[in-house]
Design a protein around this ligand. Structure first.
Ligand SMILES: NC(=O)c1ccc[n+]([C@@H]2O[C@H](COP(=O)([O-])OP(=O)(O)OC[C@H]3O[C@@H](n4cnc5c(N)ncnc54)[C@H](OP(=O)(O)O)[C@@H]3O)[C@@H](O)[C@H]2O)c1
Length: 261
């Protein structure tokens, strides 16, 4: 049993607990969300690839004495593991109220290189990994007639740009899938939130050549928690990206192409 782990969480009628699964939560935005949800009293199943980082964040949360966290090692491209892993986590947590897919990669490339291996990995981690999880979480929440699903997309999903086509496409596909999922699940009382960050100060930002309006992962986590409480459909963090992207989405292709944006 890793140092940060507690064995399992049993909720009772007198001690109801909100329970969340976070995919991609050992560092960056996922870790900030885990800390934030723990402060709200959530009991957490934290999923990621790196056992050392996972144990560290679980130990930190468990020592802080608000919520509790259990670590689960999983690579999101191991799609076949997902159904049994969800079942195990739901037994350990005693149920599920909130599911958040955070995992993502932004693999460095240039506007003149073409590498299918990188595109494949990008689609597998950012999109197909999410779909593997949605396909097992959605029926659970649908039958419970409750629950919240959130996933981290990006402003990069709003237009196809010269810098990283696969990243743009992976987030655009995620957005459309989430919209469809929301349209299916709203009638069952299930809330689906799409989160579109601009730039966040995490390891991923190291791959971005130009950055501005950079927010901390903690600020983004606060925005996400507020949106979950208000049951919003889509948020941008920072909020002003929402206005900017309305304009950017309406720039005609013939002009957008010339901007090399
Ligand atoms: N940072 C930004 O400016 C920015 C802007 C817009 C959107 N986003 C999105 O925000 C989300 C969080 O990113 P971040 O900024 O927090 O970046 P990050 O610090 O690099 O965190 C990404 C997380 O995803 C995990 N992950 C990657 N590949 C995985 C795999 N195959 N299996 C399991 N976990 C995997 C990483 O684990 P490993 O360390 O093991 O790889 C890491 O914990 C991503 O979806 C990203 O696309 C970020």
């Amino acid at each position: 049993m890793p140092v940060g782990a507690v064995k399992s969480f049993i909720a009772t009628p007198l001690q109801p607990r909100r329970r969340a699964v976070l995919i991609g939560s050992a560092k960056g935005l996922g870790a900030a969300l885990a800390r934030r949800l723990a402060r709200e009293g959530y009991y957490l199943a934290l999923v990621d690839r790196d056992p050392v980082l996972l144990d560290k964040i679980c130990a930190e949360i468990n020592a802080a004495g608000h919520g509790q966290a259990l670590p689960y090692i999983h690579d999101v491209t191991a799609f076949q593991e997902v159904p049994s892993l969800l079942q195990r986590m739901m037994v350990d947590l005693g149920g599920l109220d909130l599911f958040i897919y955070v995992a993502g990669v932004l693999l460095p490339t240039t506007p003149t290189t073409y590498e299918f291996e990188k595109d494949l990995k990008t689609m597998q981690v950012n999109t197909l990994g999410a779909l593997a999880w949605f396909n097992v979480v959605a029926p659970v929440f649908q039958s419970l007639r409750s629950g919240q699903i959130a996933a981290i997309s990006s402003v990069a999903g709003d237009r196809g740009r010269v810098g990283n086509p696969a990243y743009n496409a992976s987030k655009a596909a995620l957005d459309t899938y989430l919209e469809a999922l929301r349209n299916r699940l709203t009638r069952f009382g299930v809330h689906v939130l799409t989160v579109k960050p601009g730039f966040m100060n995490t390891d991923m930002l190291k791959s971005s050549p130009r950055t501005f309006w950079v927010v901390s992962p903690e600020q983004a986590a606060d925005d996400i928690l507020k949106a979950l409480k208000k049951r919003k459909q889509t948020i941008y963090t920072l909020g002003r990206w929402g206005l900017i992207m309305i304009i950017i989405k309406h720039i005609p292709s013939v002009i957008f192409r010339r901007l090399s944006f």
